[in-house]
Design a protein around this ligand. Structure first.
Ligand SMILES: Nc1ncnc2c1ncn2[C@@H]1O[C@H](COP(=O)(O)OP(=O)(O)O)[C@@H](O)[C@H]1O
Ligand SMILES: [Mg+2]
Length: 622
């Protein structure tokens, strides 16, 4: 069919397309659905310095979209130009394009919308005593009554391009997309008020917030209070590279792993005030969660980046929702570290022991040596001198004598302290409180200032052991503890072969495993951290993991998985009776261990039940 058409028709002369058709073709890229119109019009209102923006929609925006603002308006002489293609007040030359800081700059949105819908503009420019209406259809301009600002009215989207209109979904779906578009703007600009009306009903309203808490207030409005309660603050400042002059700032909030969702609908990135979708950024955030969030769960976050505009190209796509970083590797690292550091601090950590510089840098640049700050920012927290993990790790590192003397408990090697005997005032000092009992061999019950804390002891200990193993492996490798009597076990030929092929890896993991006879393996040393566990069981499950990998690559590829397997063996099992002292020791370790709020599988390790919750259970009025 198509071939026929091509061959049978005569060649036609080259002609320039009519203006209207050029715009309609271009509109295809800019305007996909009502939400795209909303995005462009709200962008324009924000670029015009609006403080309050009101949207009125009919039939999900398909029949009518009205965007009203109180910005600086458009003088009547410029109204007809506003609807022309490539007409803009925002840039004048290439230099300005490269450093653009407004949301718009291509000068094509109004032209595109005008070419596929019935469009009118009402505007009263700053300092003018009269408002004017431009009728897009007739091109007529006439005086109207209006306060300062601009209203753009878009009727019957795609009425002249019915093929396009057929792609639209139900009104409800289109409305949802429109609201999502405004939500992004609302998150970007807490200082601006937004209201959305549909079919004459007010359906969303976000009031303007001013002051230091504005950003958090808007985040709470848009993302909900639950998100605020279950998220951590991200605040990071550094340089894009050591010694470079380009700085980057990343702030916002990252949802805790327990606040993760089935869908990625609560993931927002803003670069220099513009909502963007970008693979580099998304990947960076996801990798920051990789160690605390398993499976298909999607984290929730709203992250804001501020970066020299000349280091970002926003002119990648007509919708300006995609961008390109000149230093994408460095941006990736910065985002990943900003989020990772924020998530690493356990929420149970006592306030006093949180280092002021952790994950963030003092807002005052002048006092910071940038190159140093930058290098430090990319150091793992554990590597920093004075970090609690360091001090504790040295406490944990049991000496041979200690191990022989007190092999019974996983915690007795810690500096001896008797929290239980120190009185009620300590419930205030310790976020996870003072242990009072163990429940069913699974949970630790503890009393803190807020009320009751319930800890899943296996899950919590597993994370502690895992973090400890990770720190060691990243350093010199796991320190090894020889067994007084080697533990032998009957091994399959495959197990024997794996043990031989992976000798080096096993040594790095602190395991010494040698053939005892053709059908027997002997465990001669185990990682000191796991000295309490069952050596044979540990060796067997490590061999299972190793068998799946090339000997040379196993540490790079299966690092976390291997350590998780080992941690599971080292962690205290359910049904193990703990003394109060042991329980308290575990709580104190949790308070000091990064990411200890979640187990290795992303589940919570502890929950708070407040006195208020308990009172509610008993209908007790306070
Ligand atoms: N709400 C508004 N308030 C003031 N001026 C506006 C508004 N909307 C559009 N304009 C003017 O119309 C011009 C064209 O708008 P548009 O087609 O969206 O292109 P761009 O935003 O890329 O400049 C803008 O540059 C701006 O000067
Ligand atoms: Mg625009």
């Amino acid at each position: 069919m198509i071939a026929n058409l091509r061959t049978s028709s005569l060649r036609r002369p080259i002609q320039e397309l009519p203006d209207a058709l050029i715009s309609q073709i271009a509109a295809g890229e800019v305007v996909e659905r009502p939400a795209s119109v909303v995005r462009e019009l709200v962008d324009n209102a924000l670029d015009a310095g609006a403080a309050q923006i009101t949207l009125r929609l009919m039939a999900g925006g398909v029949r009518l979209i009205v965007v009203e603002d109180d910005g600086w308006g458009i003088p009547p002489t410029e109204l007809p130009i506003a609807l022309k293609r490539h007409a803009t007040s925002k840039i004048r030359d290439l230099r300005e394009l490269e450093a653009v800081s407004t949301l718009g700059f291509r000068g094509e949105a109004l032209a595109a919308i005008h070419s596929i819908a019935d469009c009118s503009i009402y505007s009263r420019a700053e300092g003018q005593d009269q408002a004017w209406q431009l009728d897009g259809h007739s091109g007529e301009i006439k005086p109207v009554a209006r306060a300062k600002g601009t209203t753009v009215e878009v009727k019957e989207l795609f009425f002249s391009t019915p093929a396009r209109r057929k792609f639209l979904k139900s009104d409800a779906t289109e409305l949802a997309h429109c609201i999502e578009s405004v939500r992004r703007h609302a998150l970007a600009r807490p200082d601006v008020g937004f209201a959305v009306w549909h079919e004459g009903k007010l359906i969303e309203q976000w009031r303007a917030h001013i002051g230091p808490d504005a950003q958090d207030q808007r985040l709470a409005d848009v993302m909900g209070n639950d998100f605020m309660l279950d998220s951590v603050e991200v605040d990071f400042q550094g340089l894009l590279a050591p010694g470079a002059s380009q700085a980057i700032r990343i702030w916002g909030r990252a949802g805790s792993p327990t606040a993760s969702r089935a869908r990625s609908d609560h993931q927002f990135f803003f670069v220099n005030g513009r909502y963007v979708r970008d693979k580099v950024l998304t990947h960076a955030a996801r990798s920051a969660y990789q160690d605390v969030l398993h499976g298909l769960k999607q984290p929730a976050f709203a992250l804001y980046l501020e970066i020299d505009p000349t280091r970002v190209d926003v002119n990648v796509h007509p919708t300006k929702i995609e961008l390109r970083f000149r230093d994408s590797r460095e941006v990736h690292q910065a985002v990943r570290h900003a989020v990772e550091n924020a998530l690493a601090v356990p929420r149970s950590q006592p306030v006093a022991s949180v280092e002021p510089g952790m994950g963030a840098y003092p807002a005052d640049h002048s006092t910071v040596d940038h190159s140093l700050a930058w290098r430090q920012s990319f150091m793992r927290l554990e590597d920093r001198p004075g970090h609690p993990v360091n001090d504790l790790a040295s406490l944990w590192q049991p000496t041979g004598a200690q191990l022989l003397a007190e092999p019974a408990s996983p915690w007795t090697s810690r500096k001896s302290e008797d929290p239980a005997g120190q009185g009620a005032s300590d419930t205030q000092a310790w976020p996870l409180g003072r242990a009072v009992a163990q429940l069913k061999g699974i949970y630790i019950l503890s009393e803190n200032e807020q009320g009751l804390v319930i800890v899943d002891m296996h899950a919590a200990h597993e994370r502690i052991v895992y973090e400890r193993l990770k720190t060691q492996l990243d350093g010199q490798g796991l320190s090894s503890q020889p067994l007084l009597i080697p533990a032998t076990f009957a091994a399959t030929p495959q197990e024997v072969a794996t043990a031989e092929a992976h000798q080096d890896t096993l040594r790095q993991l602190g395991l010494e495993l040698t053939p005892f006879s053709p059908k027997t393996l002997a465990v001669r040393a185990v990682p000191a951290t796991l000295a309490q566990g069952d050596a044979v069981e540990l060796a067997r499950s490590v061999l299972v993991e190793l068998a799946q990998h090339e000997a040379s690559q196993v540490i790079e590829q299966a690092h976390n998985q291997l350590l998780a397997t080992m941690a599971c063996h080292g962690a205290v099992r359910a049904n193990r009776r703990l003394t109060l002292e042991e329980m308290n020791a575990l709580l104190r370790e949790m308070e000091q261990t990064e990411r200890s709020d979640q187990c290795n599988h992303g589940r919570p390790t502890w929950r708070q039940v407040s006195l208020k919750d308990l009172d509610a259970l008993f209908m007790r009025g306070r």
